[in-house]
Design a protein around this ligand. Structure first.
Ligand code: CUA
Length: 338
């Protein structure tokens, strides 16, 4: 293969890969596979607009190709009739786009209002943006959690959102569009999942060094499972642990190494007022950690506790210079927080 054709071949491969990546299946952030009524409303509008655009594309390109061939210059061919200043033609190609835009505007405006309306009998959840993680509060149940938003299936959820520091943006592509989290101002977003499933969320606004690691999960549960989850989340953590156990040692690390400066564990260290880090009362029930950038397992926890800023650059969680033994004990303790 010559150098030139190799180059061309490589470019073609890169282009094809990029193109095919759009066809990937089971992509957790795929906004074209809606999993609830709000996302479906947006999807319907997208496809309507898309097919109108496809129609416009073929008509315009068809007319262009026709003009290029039909009116091409040939020896002895006279210049075609000029149409500059033809009022009827100019009016026609002004009015047709106006009608197309109007046809798109009506369902667009309707969708915008449909999405903004507060649903009846919705579960209320407060979403607070922090650098770089999402905090969730359920005011009706007195629950505070982080990284994983748990909701009941087939139930409207009303998110009341704000930011604790800079602009963030809440986005669960399979459930709805994006909405800003603004410091000192409340914004609202509705979610509604058809069935029990796990969804991915992502901060959609650049908010500093670890913006890309500001992710989240939304887990919708059957109504019975959600009720059980709520009842469990309301419980405090156990303060008394078997004496001499590794978990009891870990609790001492939590209480004495500096963790309590920022992390609350209800029933163990539950000072009032907001803290700048996730509430850890039911940490072991969450499947992700560190802004949902890592799966919650022993290996990742070890990495995270040994040096948080290395895992999530810029994080406010400092490197506490914990020893291997302290980290092991801490992980054993965190494992009891169910
Ligand atoms: Cu928060 Cu990007």
């Amino acid at each position: 293969m010559s150098k030139k054709s190799l180059f061309r071949y490589r470019n073609f491969s890169i282009f094809s890969l990029l193109f095919l990546s759009a066809c990937i299946e089971n992509a957790p952030m795929d906004s074209l596979s809606p999993a609830g009524p709000y996302a479906r409303t947006i999807d319907d509008l997208f496809w309507l607009t898309f097919w109108i655009a496809v129609g416009v594309f073929f008509i315009v390109q068809g007319a262009l190709v026709f003009a290029v061939f039909y009116f091409r210059d040939m020896p002895g061919k006279p210049e075609p009739k000029q149409i500059h200043g033809n009022n009827i033609l100019e009016l026609t190609w002004t009015i047709i786009p106006v009608l197309i835009l109007a046809a798109i505007a009506v369902p667009t405006v309707r969708t915008v209002f449909d999405l903004a309306r507060e649903p009846e009998n919705a579960l209320k959840v407060e979403v607070i943006g922090h650098q770089w993680w999402f905090e969730y509060k359920y005011p009706d149940y007195g629950i505070t959690t982080a990284n994983v938003l748990v909701i009941p299936e087939d139930t409207p959820v009303r998110l009341e959102m704000w930011s604790n520091d800079v602009l963030h943006n809440y986005w669960v592509p399979k459930l709805n569009g994006k909405r800003y989290l603004v410091p000192g101002q409340k914004t609202y977003l509705n979610l509604h999942a058809d069935s029990a499933e796990e969804f991915w969320a992502q901060c959609g606004e650049y908010c500093g060094l670890s913006h890309s690691k500001m992710r989240g999960r939304v887990i919708s549960l059957s109504k019975k499972d959600f009720e059980n989850w709520v009842n469990n989340e309301k419980l405090d953590a156990q303060k008394e642990l078997p004496e001499g156990s590794l978990a009891a040692e870990g609790q001492q690390v939590y209480l004495n190494a500096g963790c309590t400066q920022c992390h609350v564990i209800n029933g163990v260290w539950d000072v009032q007022g907001d803290r700048i880090a996730p509430n850890l009362t039911h940490f072991a029930n969450r499947n992700v950690l560190a802004g949902a950038s890592l799966d919650n397992n022993k290996e990742n926890l070890t990495k995270w506790l040994a040096n948080p800023p290395e895992v999530k650059p810029g994080t406010f969680m400092p490197n506490l210079e914990l020893s291997e033994k302290e980290i092991e004990a801490l992980i054993a303790y965190l494992g009891t927080l169910k």
